[in-house]
Design a protein around this ligand. Structure first.
Ligand code: BGC
Length: 740
């Protein structure tokens, strides 16, 4: 986010004229409270969505019908700086009050959770990250920015860039997986996609301001380390782990220009991230140089009382403001308490000025002062989804699919084969969406059933069971009688991942394993398509099922994307951004774990379990293709400031394919225990059948260090290993000694 000199001067001029109350008003975000219109409690509604009695769409509709209190009078008085809203008419109405009826005429900034697409919903982040494709990450973000901006939403509570290594935590679905390097590339690409339209003219003739939004990287920080994978839970870790694992995506996003950040709910080493001076002020603002502002998570400032860290609302407001929390989401605590705190000398005027300046700067950068309203044309611009948006959601979905097993080469299917499609998720047009999407329309959604039918294939649907349904033996018999092949869609409902959706058992929910066993017993070939929002525990499935496709929740084009992969019109390229365990008890599980003194092995007294494997069933970076790739001749050359790894990759199969070549390193001896392997680069290569190419990946020496427990980045001379391969568990290796 870069402001022109003139924009900065306008912010300065405004600040000089504002009263203390008006400045604090800017620091207040309204989440319009629901004031009626429901015939059941919030908890009941969520419960119904969780167990599949109502669909996600029905849940969203219930919410949209509710009456809300928009506190128009407070907007008029300049006591609200931001509103969470998704209603273009209401937007113009509230904006008019702020701009034309408040004393300073400062526009509102409207924020919303646009995590993986607005109307054109694309794959959940955990799936999209597996495309290993920064250009794709940018393009999908730009599409979401353009769509939401037409509705007045100029601030996305995204990207969600929490490194997640424990898939019990439901929010792993929202983020880019277990690896800090991949998460960092994902983070910076998303920032560029959301924000860089500010500096480019759009090819489609739309105004510049309609092509970008302010990003809000979240949840800052270490939320993914929530103990036991239980949402909102405590986190505790060394400074070195914080800087090496959880902070890198936030550093990368800030360096890419991220306008804002949202602090996380968790406490970190005993200090809630909402009031954490070390993470907010010292690190994010002073060290990384965040230009815009920090917002709390919903109600999180008030929750500092429940954490037992603040005595009352006054104390919570005081601590948060002083730690560098610029905006309060949803509690009014700042407008109620901060004026008093300034007058009593508990919060300085500089703290308030800084927060107000940061918030006004983002609004200025978004061009809200000069163009606060949305036009009718904009409002209806995407009433019909442009083909380009549909195509991009399809491309993203295809690139996110991961082929996990194809032992009997049942895939790709042949067009003349009759397909029995099984599993209630297969025909459900909305469960393809995944958690945290609120602006999609069911008319855009292509279910798996629709996608297969669109190919003209002979396909019949037999529900047979699902995440919450009983098994129907009769339908199983019908499925076996009809199809040459059974495609079984199993997995999780959208509501089983995302916020407040941690699971203590990460196997396929309900009776789906049993269903799969019964389908196998029919003797017909079974293709298992997974639809889920986390790395599931797949020990049994990997052992018994010959053909498994990880389909995640891929957004509106999921059905077409899956069909193109099943029929071989698209040769899968996706890789896993998270390691899959055999059993839940292995969690947290991640490939880049620190070296132990007794690495797991054959002998008893090594780091392992007596009742389960210690390694993943499907590791990070893994994913098959309809062809095969062979790697050879790895060489690593040292230049002045980099290592250059060259490897030959050959397509040893019969069809063209694209491989993601991954480079990992290990710092073999260091002053702190280092990971057994860390991803440091990747490259894509497309090879015709039989073709071989040399792939070159460069690793800058500057990136070969690590943070110590003082939070200082160090590089230490000595032995390093460089690994290159098609997954974290299957690599060639070169060793070398380095002196930096
Ligand atoms: C979530 C955030 C989200 C916010 C606003 C919170 O409950 O943790 O991720 O951005 O709500 O919807």
């Amino acid at each position: 986010m870069k402001l022109t000199l003139q924009q900065q001067q306008r912010v300065d001029a405004l600040l000089q004229q504002m009263t203390l109350e008006e400045k604090i008003g800017q620091m207040n975000q309204l989440s319009p409270s629901l004031v009626g219109g429901f015939d059941m409690s919030f908890e009941e509604m969520i419960e119904m969505a969780m167990d599949g009695r109502i669909t996600q769409e029905e849940l969203s509709e219930m919410f949209s019908k509710a009456e809300r209190d928009y506190r128009e009078d407070d907007i008029r008085k300049g006591l609200i700086g931001s509103v969470m809203l998704q209603d273009p008419d209401k937007y113009n109405e509230l904006q008019r009050i702020a701009v034309e009826e408040s004393r300073m005429g400062i526009p509102l900034i409207i924020g919303l959770d646009v995590i993986h697409g607005f109307r054109s919903v694309y794959p959940i982040a955990l799936a999209e990250a597996g495309a290993f494709d920064p250009d794709l990450f940018q393009r999908t973000a730009r599409m979401a920015a353009k769509e939401s901006r037409t509705q007045g939403i100029s601030w996305h509570f995204a990207p969600m860039i929490d490194v997640g290594r424990d898939s019990r935590w439901g929010r792993v679905s929202e983020g880019p997986g277990e690896d800090p390097y991949l998460a960092s590339r994902f983070a910076e690409a998303k920032i560029h996609g959301l924000q860089d339209g500010a500096y480019e003219d759009a090819a489609d003739g739309t105004e510049r301001r309609e092509n970008y939004v302010a990003a809000c990287m979240k949840h800052y920080v270490a939320y993914g380390a929530a103990e036991s994978g239980r949402d909102y839970n405590t986190t505790s870790m060394s400074i070195s782990q914080l800087h090496n694992v959880y902070l890198p995506p936030f550093k990368a996003a800030t360096e890419a220009g991220a306008a804002t950040a949202m602090a996380s709910f968790n406490d970190l080493n005993g200090v809630p991230c909402t009031v954490n001076t070390y993470t907010l002020r010292r690190t994010l603002k002073e060290r990384y140089g965040l230009q815009g502002f920090v917002v709390s998570d919903a109600n999180a400032i008030r929750e500092c009382i429940d954490h037992g860290i603040a005595a009352d609302r006054y104390d919570a407001a005081r601590q948060a403001a002083n730690a560098g929390m610029d905006m309060d989401m949803g509690t009014s605590i700042y407008v109620e308490e901060l004026k008093n705190a300034v007058e009593r000398g508990d919060v300085s005027m500089e703290v308030i000025d800084e927060a107000a300046r940061r918030i006004l700067s983002v609004k200025m950068w978004l061009d809200l002062f000069d163009h606060p309203y949305i036009t009718d044309e904009a409002k209806h611009r995407y009433d019909k989804l442009p083909k380009g948006h549909v195509d991009l959601t399809l491309e993203a979905a295809q690139k996110s699919i991961v082929l996990l097993k194809n032992d009997d080469h049942v895939l790709p299917l042949k067009k003349e084969q009759k397909i029995s499609l099984v599993g209630s998720l297969a025909a459900n047009p909305t469960e393809i969406i995944g958690a945290w999407a609120m602006s999609w329309k069911s008319e855009d959604c292509v279910s798996i059933l629709d996608g297969l039918k669109n190919t003209g294939a002979a396909v019949e649907y037999f529900p047979c069971g699902g995440p919450a349904e009983e098994i129907n033996e009769e339908e199983i018999a019908q499925a076996a009688a009809y199809g040459d092949v059974i495609v079984a869609v199993v997995g999780e409902y959208s509501a089983m991942s995302g916020e407040a959706s941690s699971r203590a058992d990460t196997t396929l929910p309900g009776k789906q394993r049993e269903l799969l066993a019964k389908l196998l017993a029919t003797g017909k070939p079974v293709v298992t398509l997974l639809m889920n929002g986390r790395a599931l525990a797949l020990g049994w499935e990997a052992e018994h099922l010959p053909t498994i496709v990880e389909g995640w929740q891929l957004g509106i084009q999921m059905g077409n994307a899956v069909a193109s992969v099943l029929f071989g019109d698209y040769n899968p390229t996706g890789k896993l951004a998270a390691s899959f365990p055999y059993v839940t008890g292995q969690l947290p599980l991640y490939y880049n774990h620190p070296s132990t003194g007794r690495p797991g092995g054959k002998f008893k007294f090594t780091s392992k379990y007596i009742d389960a494997p210690f390694e993943p069933v499907f590791p990070f970076g893994y994913g098959l293709s309809y062809t095969t790739f062979a790697y050879c001749d790895l060489t690593v050359k040292e230049t002045e400031d980099a290592l250059v790894a060259c490897v030959k990759v050959k397509n040893t199969g019969e069809v063209c394919g694209t491989e993601t070549v991954q480079l990992y390193m290990q710092d073999v001896t260091a002053s702190l225990v280092r990971p057994v392997k860390e991803l440091k680069g990747f490259a894509k290569v497309t090879l015709a059948a039989g073709e071989e190419k040399e792939v070159v990946i460069e690793l800058k020496k500057a990136d070969m260090g690590f943070y110590n427990n003082d939070g200082v980045y160090v590089r230490e001379d000595g032995k390093f290993r460089i690994f290159v391969g098609g997954s974290s568990a299957d690599t060639l290796m070169q060793e070398l000694d380095l002196a930096f």
